[in-house]
Design a protein around this ligand. Structure first.
Ligand code: FPP
Length: 248
């Protein structure tokens, strides 16, 4: 079998890929294991997919690691996820630096447990000079939270006279989102067969190609990432134009 990587067109590699990592729990259940072991295996996929994305020149990889709604899970699972996060970040810093991975985060991270917040901020600080790929963790994130926060912030600025309501355009709004400075994802992947967006990057995915796969997150690796990119490259992105206009 030829390596899928050789089929990828370098000029058409998405600059930013966002992933809803889903199916850890079902993967574990299928194997008769506790859900938490599914999350642990999910970390292996995070590592493999980040490395594969960097290898082909993806600039930004955003992973939905914990949504605002995930607080509703059983407390033991929430605690386990938070410790896994701290453990993973602390344990990976050396490798992140070795592989040129810059860590970033979006979401209400200040509301995370102190130890998770601290590990995250340290991870971000210690990898800030890396330039090969930016790994953005969406943590305690929801798109509606982010959009509301931006709207409030701009309303405050208008109230104090710093801006006029008519100044608010796409650019200004984007600068008030937590993804400020990060290009919009061209490709959004969701694993595990669910075909929902679940409050993820609602503003930023306006023109993203959506890719859904039945594969559970712990089974999603390099090969599955390259298949998703190949599917993306076969599609025609028209941005509202006709095929004829694009051919010109
Ligand atoms: C979804 O599976 C997965 C999550 C809510 C958490 C994802 C977290 C990790 C992969 C580990 C930590 C990540 C980093 C970046 C250190 P699910 O539990 O919803 O699965 P289910 O739908 O089958 O129940």
């Amino acid at each position: 079998m030829s390596d899928l990587k050789s089929l990828i067109i370098p000029d058409k590699v998405p600059r930013h890929i966002a992933i809803i990592m889903d199916g850890n729990g079902r993967w574990a259940k299928q194997k008769g294991m506790p859900r938490v072991l599914g999350h642990r295996s999910g970390v292996k996929s995070v590592r493999e997919v980040t490395e594969a994305a960097a290898e082909i020149g993806v600039g930004f990889l955003t992973l939905y690691a914990f949504s605002t709604e995930n607080w509703n899970r059983p407390p033991a699972e929430v605690t386990a996820l938070m410790s896994l996060l701290v453990e993973t970040i602390k344990g990976e810093i050396r490798d992140l630096n070795k592989n040129g991975v810059r860590l970033a985060a979006i979401g209400d991270i200040e509301a995370l447990p102190k130890s998770s917040y601290k590990a995250l901020v340290e991870g971000i600080e210690q990898t800030k000079n890396n330039q090969r790929i930016t790994l953005v963790l969406a943590l305690n994130y929801s798109a509606k939270w982010e959009i509301l926060r931006a709207a409030r912030q701009l309303a405050e600025q208008a109230k104090t006279g710093q801006i006029e309501p008519s100044d608010i355009d796409e650019n200004m709004f984007e600068n008030a989102l937590s993804t400020r400075g990060i290009p919009d994802p061209e490709l959004l992947i969701r694993t595990s067969g669910e075909t929902r967006i679940s409050n993820f990057l609602l503003w930023q995915i306006a023109y993203a190609e959506l890719y859904f796969t039945p594969v559970f997150w712990p089974d999603f690796g390099r090969k599955e990432l390259f298949e998703a990119i190949l599917s993306y490259q076969r599609r025609e992105r028209r941005f509202g134009m006709t095929s004829e206009q694009l051919a010109r």
